[in-house]
Structure formats: structure tokens, C-alpha cells
Design a protein around this ligand. Structure first.
Ligand code: GLN
Length: 483
């Protein structure tokens, strides 16, 4: 029986098993079939995965050099281009569309011998927090199938948690990697804006979007991050900064950290009381272990969600204008319509409710009479946040907080109130507004039986500290037997 614990152990397994990649692929194809009802995948690339595995097994046998992700089985969120494969952003508007080039991350994964096993369900155009906005139906949380897995990268989080692949790539514009990681009890990292190329990632809000990684462990996330990061001629917003050897650098640290948390975040009335007390006892534990943990004032907290939704909907309204029913994707069947009517009909029929709401909101905040009141104001708040963030990191190594104010909610529970759904993003959007890296690590268990995570954020491009500290923190909980 094949079982996966870490990429490192898997490499060892491969060195002892000549048909190891094929065994692993078959194992995951069976697991995916058994868990079809979770709706985590929109498409499985079975034949290709089987042939890729055979080829890799043969390469190993013939002594060819092995890639750093040799045989690692990865799934990708349906917003990442994989040449020759369907790409839909879980939207009807892209029906029939096939990717014509590889996203840079896909190129990099394949260059290191990874096997891409399928395309994950997600919220339409990555807009949502529960995966209920997909045109292909909701995804179920494997820990309790009446609950959502989080979103928008819900299918990715589920495929890692339910053992349907080893690693999954998602995207995080306001929490879409960290929040589903929290709801499903896995590791989810969103690196610094500009660490990973966005080339081939379907744009939602371009000044926020980053590709992120789901994994079972911090070590696996570090290795994949090291591979998919770095400069790219196709994306000028990617930093030229050298990519550290994350996987090697995060080991052996027993540093005592200076940690900050936002007083307002902990006092927020929306925060589940059991989660608050778990967080408070964890702070006590960290202090007892020699770390410095201090509250800092963060009065802007109540403004982060509105700021995020003004700016991201504005960017989305512009980014999504390309889906017009003419160049690609879905076209409405309106025989006598003129061009404007064709646009209207295609967009009204092709986009789901939430996407339409955001396009309208974004168009409104950018309109002549309201631009200064909303868009300019929100940009100013973003500036202020950046300044405060710099200030905090001049005194602290990291900021910690709960990742989400509640555990995974029931499917359908928040469907009728978009504002309530937006508020679930209160702790995650800050990292995207400031452009800093953030991770959710599975540390806690709620009395209701669901897991929840701790969010750690560090300064721009300090993923080394982020990963190191996260590994150390997980170590404390494991030693203590969890909570
Ligand atoms: N829940 C947030 C939103 O709906 C975050 C989405 C994301 O990160 N892609 O916008």
C-alpha cells in the first residue's frame, strides 16, 4: 500500500521502487475516484499522468538526472494555464476554452519532473470564500461534508487534505489559499507579491493576485516555493531578488522571535470565543518558551475589508472586460442581436451572480462621479497600511493572528448575505493589501471537531523567517500532542 508523508520520504521510496511513480499515480487516481463526490476536481488528466509516471520510472532506471520534484503529484486550481488543457476559472463564460501556453509555474513544475494530475474546482474567477460560487457546483469539506472547504481555492485544499495529490497550487488575492487551508487543516502559503510569476494565471485583481501552495508540511511548501519562485521575462512585477534555498534554510532554527498581534483582531466581536482562547493560550505558551509576544494597535482593521473590496472589484471590472463572447469562450445564442446586445447577453448568461455583482461594484467605484470617494480613498488607505506595516516590521519579526474568525461553516449558511461572507476575510486581506507573505498552519482543533490555523505574516520577501518560524511553531504543538 502506498502512503505519502513528505516529498523527502517519497524520494526515498522512489529510489527503492523501480515502478514507484506509476504506483503513486495509480494510488491517487483510485483515491480521486473514491472521493468524486467531494467535487474537488473539474478534470483528471489520467492517461497523461500514467504515461508521465512510466517515463519518469524509466528515466530513473536508466540513471538520468532527476528533477527536484521527480514524480511529485500536483493538482492545479482552474485559473492556472496548462497548455492544451481546458481552463475555465470555474466559469461558464470560458466554456470550450483551451489554454494555449503554460503558466510559468507549470513550466517550472514540469521542468523538475512533477506530474500534474488534474484541474481543481474553485470559486468562479477566484471570487469567494466558500467554493459555492463555482459554475460546477460546490466542493465539500472532507472533514465534514456538510461544511464548505473555504475558497476560493477550495478544490486545491481538499485535494491535499483528502489525499488526492501531494501538493496543490492555488491563488490568493485576499486569502484564497490561507483560508481554505485553515478550514481543511493543511498548510497554505501566499508568498510576497512579486515572488512568483503570475504569467498564465487568470487575473482577478492584478495588484493583489499571487499563486500559493497547499501542502501537508512546511518542508514540502518550502521546496515547491523554491522551485516556482523567481524572475520571469513574462511578468514584469516579479522581483529580481535571488530565490533563497528555502527548503535547506528553514531547518535547525531555535531562534527566539519578536512577535506582534493586532489587539483589534483579538477583540473583534466576530471572532469565535473558543478560537480566541486557543490563540490566547498559545501566546502564553510562546512567551513561556522565550519569545516576545506583544499586542500592537491596529485601528485600520475595520477598514481593511472595505478597502480590499473597493480595490479588487475595480481591478476585476477591468480585467474581466475581455470576456465578451466574441474572442473566446461562451457566446449567447441571439441571432438578430447587434454587437452590444451580444456582449450583454453573453456576459449576463456566462458570468455567475457573484462575478456580476463584483463587476458592477467595480464599475461603480471607478465611475466619474464616485472615483475619488471610493477608489482614491481606498488607495490612500492602502498607502497608510503599507506605512504602518513597515513600522511594525521595524520592531517585530512577524505578526500572528487567527487565519479566519470562525471554523468552516455549513454549505449554504452564508449564501444569502455577501457582506457576512466578505467579513470572513478580515484577517487575510491585510497581507494582500500590504503585499507581504502570509501562511496558515494547522495548529488547533475547535470543540466542534473542526481544525483551525494560525496565520503568520512577515516582512516583504522574508519567506525564510516565515517558513522557519512556522516549522518551529508546528513543532511546539506536535510535542505537546496538539490542542
Ligand atoms: N474571499 C476573497 C474574495 O472573495 C478572497 C478571494 C481570493 O483570494 N481569490 O475576494
Amino acid at each position: 500500500m502506498f502512503s505519502f508523508s513528505s516529498i523527502k520520504n517519497y524520494s526515498q521510496f522512489l529510489s527503492e521502487n523501480p515502478d514507484g511513480c506509476s504506483v503513486a499515480v495509480q494510488h491517487y487516481l483510485d483515491a480521486i475516484k473514491k472521493n468524486e463526490h467531494l467535487n474537488a476536481f473539474l478534470e483528471i488528466f489520467s492517461d497523461e499522468a500514467v504515461s508521465a509516471a512510466k517515463l519518469l520510472d524509466a528515466n530513473r532506471a536508466s540513471g538520468k538526472p532527476l528533477g527536484k520534484l521527480h514524480g511529485v503529484i500536483v493538482s492545479i486550481k482552474d485559473v492556472i494555464s496548462y497548455k492544451g488543457h481546458k481552463l475555465s476559472a470555474s466559469s461558464k463564460i470560458l466554456s470550450g476554452f483551451t489554454a494555449i501556453y503554460h503558466a510559468t509555474v507549470v513550466e517550472k513544475l514540469l521542468a523538475e519532473d512533477a506530474i500534474i494530475i488534474g484541474r481543481n474546482n474553485c470559486d468562479e474567477f477566484a471570487m469567494g470564500s466558500s467554493n459555492e460560487n463555482s459554475a460546477f457546483g460546490p466542493v465539500k469539506n472532507p472533514l465534514d461534508e456538510t461544511r464548505v472547504p473555504g475558497g476560493s481555492s477550495g478544490g486545491s485544499a481538499v485535494s491535499v487534505k483528502a489525499g488526492l495529490c501531494m501538493i496543490s497550487l492555488g491563488s490568493d488575492t485576499g486569502g484564497s489559499v490561507r483560508q481554505p487551508a485553515d478550514f481543511c487543516g493543511v498548510v497554505g502559503i501566499k508568498p510576497t507579491y512579486g515572488r512568483i510569476s503570475r504569467y498564465g494565471l487568470i487575473a482577478y485583481a492584478s495588484s493583489f493576485d499571487q499563486i500559493g501552495i497547499f501542502s501537508n508540511s512546511v518542508d514540502d511548501a518550502a521546496l515547491v516555493l523554491e522551485i516556482i519562485s523567481g524572475p520571469d521575462g513574462f511578468d514584469s512585477t516579479v522581483s529580481q531578488k535571488e530565490v533563497p534555498a528555502y527548503a535547506a534554510e528553514i531547518n535547525g532554527s531555535e531562534k527566539k522571535y519578536r512577535l506582534a498581534y493586532f489587539k483589534e483582531a483579538l477583540e473583534h466581536p466576530g471572532l469565535d470565543p473558543a478560537m480566541r482562547s486557543a490563540f490566547e493560550s498559545f501566546i502564553k505558551k510562546l512567551t513561556a518558551l522565550g519569545h516576545t509576544v506583544k499586542p500592537v494597535d491596529f485601528e485600520l482593521l475595520e477598514h481593511v475589508v472595505p478597502t480590499y473590496y473597493v480595490l479588487t472589484t475595480a481591478e476585476a471590472s477591468s480585467n474581466l472586460s475581455r470576456y465578451d463572447g466574441v474572442k473566446f469562450g461562451y457566446r449567447a445564442n441571439v441571432p438578430d442581436a447587434d454587437l452590444t446586445e451580444l456582449y450583454k447577453a453573453s456576459r449576463s448568461q456566462g458570468f455567475g451572480k457573484e462575478v456580476q455583482r463584483r463587476i458592477m461594484l467595480g464599475t461603480f467605484v471607478l465611475s466619474a462621479g464616485y472615483f475619488d470617494a471610493y477608489f482614491t480613498k481606498a488607495q490612500q488607505v492602502r498607502q497608510l497600511l503599507s506605512r504602518q506595516t513597515k513600522q511594525i516590521f521595524s520592531e517585530y519579526d512577524a505578526i500572528i493572528s487567527p487565519t479566519v474568525p470562525s471554523t468552516a461553516f455549513k454549505i449554504g449558511e452564508k449564501n444569502n448575505d455577501p457582506v457576512e461572507m466578505f467579513l470572513a476575510d478580515i484577517y487575510t486581506v491585510f497581507a494582500n493589501l500590504a503585499g507581504i507573505p502570509g501562511i496558515s498552519i494547522p495548529l488547533f482543533k475547535h470543540p466542534n471537531g473542526m481544525p483551525f490555523g494560525l496565520q503568520v505574516m512577515t516582512s516583504h520577501f522574508d519567506e525564510v523567517s516565515l517558513l522557519r518560524l512556522s516549522k518551529q511553531l508546528i513543532g511546539y504543538q506536535t510535542e505537546a500532542g496538539g490542542q
